[in-house]
Write a protein that binds this ligand. Sequence first.
Ligand code: URA
Length: 425
Amino acid sequence: MDAIEVIVAKRERRELSDPQIDWVIDAYTRGEVADEQMSALAMAILLNGMNRREIGRWTEAMIRSGTRMDWSVLDRPTTDKHSTGGVGDKITLPLAPLVAACGAYVPQLSGRGLGHTGGTLDKLESIPGWRASLSAEEMLAVLRDAGAVICAAGDGLAPADKKLYALRDVTGTVESIPLIASSIMSKKIAEGTGALVLDVKVGSGAFMKDVDTARELARTMVDLGADHGVATVALLTAMDRPLGRAVGNALEVEEAVEVLAGGGPSDVVELTVLLAREMLAAAGVSGKDPADALKDGSAMDAWRRMIGAQGGDPDAALPRAAETTVVTAPSSGVLARLDAYGVGLAAWRLGAGRARKEDAVSFGAGITLHARPGDAVREGQSLMTLHADDATRFDRALAALDGAYAIGDAADPALLPLVIDRITP
Ligand code: URA
């Protein structure tokens, strides 16, 4: 077999055979198929698509490029959540210990932020001492101790995807539903979870800007999960405005801890409880209701054990940025809209995110929102506080917020409901 034959087949809109898919993924992982050949194939797939059989086989081949984790030694079911990413999306932090407190194990491999969306590992690394890199044995020990573990994926997990995702990032081939779905699901299936809930974000601050494309991505991933024996459900949720009141690493950890203490913003609490119920139902675990586990302190106990088992000090003071500035309401009325992308871009410019994989993030940088869409505001009232280590960052962050919010008579009727749709197998 050779790469040109496979590229031409997809260029001519033909279906790729199982042996062609197996060969091209394996040969690319080994370095026999060159980056320029794989980028031509990725572009042909982006333009001409793949059917369900091809996507399933592609995903399978990426899983087989590395190791598949196995949690069968555990005495309770495993369940996990994956979010396609957004602004202020700290849900994983309270969710994993909450679900553990309700009786399932949560083995979660997470990522870092790139661009305007945050990453779970960056958030947790703002906790002094906390370690993202664990061996499989350490993961198992944390799971047994706390019921939940959140850590970085090792090099052995879907290495074909690691290589291909980096290539897609620089060749304009990220936005392909078959490639996104197979990339996400190969990692989640290789992670070995028995059940999976997908939080597919929709809106300006998300990958998927419109509901129809998000629904197609969700359907493709739910089908892939079902085909690989992982009980998978997807929720389509709003990312046209930020989630909660905190955007930025340490600020989001603080908000997650508020939720675990029984408080926190209503949208974060609602989505956390809803996703927890979905994760438990997908795993077939019935017992304590997640809303009760937030109130009785058991979710907080699981959080403290999970953070401590990974070297973190749950009582340590979190990093704070040295400088702040406040944005005030230009008039009185109702905050009609607050654009997720604008806020995410501003937080990124304040130092909360990274432009290149090797960049460091500022743990204290970010934005605290004092009003959310639908809230009444008075002229001169503070709408948000910007946090940065260096005051020279404020001008560019303020420029990102220009036009990102509007004050009117009522909330914009075009705002999406928090939960837009639910996709099942
Ligand atoms: N996240 C992934 O892991 N892969 C993609 O292709 C897109 C988002």
